[in-house]
Design a protein around this ligand. Structure first.
Ligand SMILES: [Zn+2]
Length: 245
């Protein structure tokens, strides 16, 4: 395939390359994650201005030749998320969200739902930067798991189907497990369980929150799921967010 690719894209990463170029990792609705080179972008009079920075949502034209690396022909800003950049925790959350997408959806497989979810998360962090909490990041990651077909089973024991006494979580089993099957998992309290169920069922902006211990348990359940079923390790969901629980 060779020619012009017209697409929306979110800039996941932007790396300096050579004297004046940048390599971009982009997430697109219909081509998944792609890499592109923007030539001369670091020169003062570049026609791209400051647009090819992380978290920009762009309307782009890319030239696709024989190389895996596409070439940026044009880029127009849909939104630059400028508020998010003025708020440390929101910026940190945006970076973790982009990194999570980049690691779990690293191929050209189309996942328009993932693109929409990432756009929603960035728009939320931009409009309401105070929402950059650990609970928000975990809700986002749960929704990424859902989009990847990896959502943990939360309604009944993932090992035996028992609907009561769900006290633990097992990434290997694929969800919550009952007290009889608990040996395969780690303890997951009611509050963490309720948080995960609530987060999967609510819009990102309306995702529930929970106490620190419950959120830590939920984070471990999410990390175990993505490691076991996708062989992906995500960065911790928090760091700078720890103080904002
Ligand atoms: Zn069981």
């Amino acid at each position: 395939m060779s020619g012009a690719l017209k697409t929306e894209a979110v800039v996941l990463r932007s790396l300096k390359y050579g004297e004046a170029d940048r390599i971009l990792h982009l997430y697109t609705p219909h081509r998944g994650r792609i890499a592109a080179i923007a030539k001369g972008v670091r020169r003062a009079k570049s026609r791209f201005g400051g647009r090819l920075e992380p978290y920009f949502r762009l309307q782009m034209v890319l030239y696709e030749g024989r190389s895996e690396l596409l070439t940026v022909t044009s880029a127009d800003t849909i939104t630059g998320h400028s508020h998010l950049r003025e708020h440390g925790p929101a910026l940190d959350s945006a970076a973790r969200a982009c990194d999570a997408v980049s690691r779990l959806f690293e191929t050209a497989d189309p996942h328009p739902g993932v693109f929409a979810l990432l756009c929603n998360e960035l728009a939320l962090l931009d409009a309401r930067p105070e929402q950059a909490t650990l609970a928000n990041q975990l809700a986002f990651r749960l929704k990424l798991l859902l989009a990847a077909g990896l959502a943990p089973q939360l309604a009944a024991c993932a090992a035996c189907g028992e609907a009561d006494h769900l006290a633990a979580f097992s990434g290997a089993a694929g969800g919550v497990v009952c007290s009889a099957c608990e040996a395969t998992g780690f303890r997951l309290g009611e509050e963490a369980h309720a948080f995960m169920t609530g987060a999967l069922g609510a819009a990102l902006a309306d995702a529930p929150t929970a106490g620190e211990q419950a959120l830590r348990q939920a984070e471990r359940a999410i990390a175990d799921t993505v490691e076991h079923h996708a062989h992906v390790r995500w960065r911790s969901a928090s760091a700078a967010l720890d103080r904002r629980l």
